[in-house]
Design a binder for this molecule. Structure first.
Ligand SMILES: NC(=O)c1ccc[n+]([C@@H]2O[C@H](COP(=O)([O-])OP(=O)(O)OC[C@H]3O[C@@H](n4cnc5c(N)ncnc54)[C@H](OP(=O)(O)O)[C@@H]3O)[C@@H](O)[C@H]2O)c1
Length: 233
């Protein structure tokens, strides 16, 4: 989804900084998307290297000549077996999905706070709506991310900074390749288009993508615990 967002922003004429670990994919993205009116600057970085973040952020703002739109889209969701309680694997998810999100979003929030403008977008998940048997820690990271973003939204509202939480349904990306079946899937390109539309509008602070997942989410949230634990959703 991150790559699709970069491609679409670039096609619309924006200059975009793309951050991820795989340098060769970043360079290919920069070359591919750079054919459009915008340009892509690539920064190879592992969000676990928290010490690097302030320096890279400063370089991005310098190289782009400012910043007004930011998306944290990094995430990992390894498969977890029904009898698996693997702390190392679980904490690796916490580090990328939550720790990395906080470490990157804090300096962005400080910057937008000072300039009294900007939009912060975080990619949460409907997986954070309930404690699912199949994804105890992935869901927990997304629930915590949504709460963190809500706090930033409330903090930054008076500085005219917008904070948006996107809750995608099932999107066809490498993250979901290992799943047997996707329910109501959409492409990363369609998801990115929706994410940009929602983030630029004023109507939603938290939005399901596509919107039909809102109804599903409301039903799932309303299932009593004693029944929910008998399901595999
Ligand atoms: N796909 C879905 O159905 C779905 C549903 C709900 C929410 N989401 C969320 O949407 C976001 C995007 O997911 P996706 O579906 O686009 O997954 P994806 O295709 O697997 O992309 C994940 C991205 O995160 C980057 N990343 C992973 N670990 C990183 C690290 N340690 N440091 C820096 N970058 C890292 C990856 O780049 P490198 O590997 O090059 O670092 C990649 O660009 C995630 O937060 C995910 O949890 C996805």
């Amino acid at each position: 989804m991150g790559a699709a967002l970069v491609r679409q922003l670039c096609a619309q004429g924006y200059s975009v900084a793309a951050v991820a670990r795989r340098r060769e994919l970043l360079d290919a993205l920069a070359e591919d998307a750079g054919g459009g009116p915008g340009r892509v600057l690539a920064y190879a970085h592992d969000v676990n290297s928290i010490d690097e973040i302030p320096g890279i952020f400063e370089s991005i703002v310098h190289d782009l000549g400012g910043l007004d739109f930011y998306v944290y889209a990094a995430g990992v969701m390894p498969g977890v077996g029904p009898e698996e309680y693997d702390t190392e694997k679980d904490l690796a998810m916490v580090d990328v999905n939550l720790g990395g999100a906080i470490a990157w979003t804090n300096p962005v929030a400080r910057y937008f706070h000072s300039q009294r403008a900007g939009t912060i977008v975080g990619i949460g998940s409907i997986a954070g709506d309930r404690g699912r048997k199949g994804a105890p820690v992935y869901g927990a990271t997304k629930a915590a991310l949504a709460t963190y973003l809500e706090s930033l939204r409330n903090r930054l509202a008076e500085r005219a900074v917008r904070v948006v939480t996107i809750k995608p349904g099932m999107i066809e990306t490498p993250m979901t390749e290992h799943l047997d079946k996707l329910v109501m899937p959409i492409s990363a390109e369609k998801a990115a288009k929706d994410i940009l539309k929602v983030s630029r509008g004023r109507l939603w602070n938290e939005r399901h993508v596509p919107l039909r997942w809102l109804g599903v989410s409301m039903i799932i949230r309303s299932i009593p615990s004693f029944l929910f634990r008998r399901t595999n959703i």
